[in-house]
Design a protein around this ligand. Structure first.
Ligand code: F6P
Length: 346
């Protein structure tokens, strides 16, 4: 029996840990394992390579993905889905393990529903925005990177009496901003789900300065829309064009917000955009363990023929859920989490 493994969408720390765990269990059970290069593109263009014990050795702590990734969407390519089905048939794949976020797993769910495709999923993304699982792997590492950055910015903010705006990723959810903001003791956190107005953010900073604290840390999620008391809202993006999954390239709200804060409060303000640093490097121990447990679960789902299922974390247990359920809607930050953050504003 032969299984393919693919990693799709933005990379994140822990992908190699999943590849290692899934391949290791399947190889132990006598399966052959094939690495599909660069996400769905590898099935469209038949870019395959064997994954044996030698290839998976030593990859547990490595960031990125040894089989590459892309944001290719076969449903957006002429003949894309037919090409995927042809590659699977011609290469004799009996199963596919798709490791990805809402986009990659959305394709997997659709292929399963419409083509009876033998696929199982593993939830990956630094954004932590996938439903039906408590956490995705990669998120903990991103939060650690952001928290360390916030800690470092605190000392320089304090020395110069400045406001430091830190822009973090997360696309249309504020999980990274809220968690790293709480962990780093941010004074204001702005996220897409519960948008404070620019005026409210400036009031919080002024209130804090009136109490004798003459520096502030503001964490803003890239998907936060500049929101004004007048009701006006403005999304900041690097380009209006969308990718194959319909996403604009976010980024730049930190700069726009910093300008507003400086003009409205008069406090000297600087901005740091953490960008892809959040996705690079070695996974935290927590992500390594989670990715390993997900990888073993995915292999077990393959061995059981449980197609259309995804490994998920519920509390401390690894369970499986339907891919359809996991990709039906984004998991947003609930008000209770934002309340924890807000208790320390101003
Ligand atoms: O989904 C992960 C993510 O890092 C988002 O937080 C971010 O908006 C996007 O990917 C960036 O994508 P790219 O790597 O294509 O610039």
């Amino acid at each position: 029996m032969r299984a393919g493994i693919l990693t799709g969408g933005g990379d994140c720390p822990g992908l190699n840990a999943v590849i290692r765990a899934t391949a290791r269990r399947l190889l132990d059970r006598g399966w052959e394992v094939i690495g599909v290069r660069e996400g769905w593109r590898g099935l469209v263009e038949a870019k395959l390579e064997p994954l044996g014990m030698r290839e998976i050795s030593g990859i547990l702590p490595r960031g990125g993905t040894i089989i590459g990734t892309s944001r290719t969407n076969p449903y957006k390519l002429d003949g894309g889905v037919d090409a995927v089905l042809r590659t699977v048939a011609e290469s004799g794949l009996d199963a596919l393990v798709a490791i990805g976020g809402e986009d990659t797993l959305g394709v997997a769910a659709r292929l399963h529903a419409e083509e009876r495709f033998p696929v199982v999923g593993v939830p990956k993304t630094i954004d932590n925005d996938l439903s039906a699982t408590d956490y995705t792997f990669g998120f903990d590492t991103a939060v650690s990177v952001c928290t360390e950055a916030i800690d470092r910015l605190h000392t320089t903010a304090e020395s110069h009496n400045r406001v430091m705006v830190v822009e973090v990723m997360g696309r249309h959810t504020g999980w990274i901003a809220v968690m790293s903001g709480i962990a780093g003791g941010a004074d204001v956190i702005l996220i897409p789900e519960h948008p404070l107005t620019v005026e409210e953010a400036c009031d919080e900073i002024s209130r804090r300065h009136a109490k004798g604290k003459d520096f502030s840390i503001v964490v803003v999620s890239e998907g936060y829309e500049l929101t004004y008391a007048s009701g006006e809202r403005r999304q900041v993006a690097q380009e209006a064009a969308t990718d194959a999954f319909g996403h604009v390239r976010l980024g730049g709200v930190g700069d726009a917000l910093a300008r507003e804060i400086e003009e409205r409060t008069g406090y000297e303000t600087r901005v740091t955009v953490l960008g892809h640093v959040q996705r690079g490097g070695s996974p935290t121990p927590r992500d390594r363990v989670l990715a390993t447990r997900y990888g073993l679960k995915a292999a077990d789902l393959v061995l059981d023929g449980s197609w259309g299922r995804m490994a998920a974390l519920h509390g401390d247990r690894i369970v499986d859920v339907s891919l359809k359920e996991a990709t039906a809607e984004l998991k947003t930050v609930p008000p209770e989490w934002y309340d924890v953050a807000k208790a320390f504003f101003g």
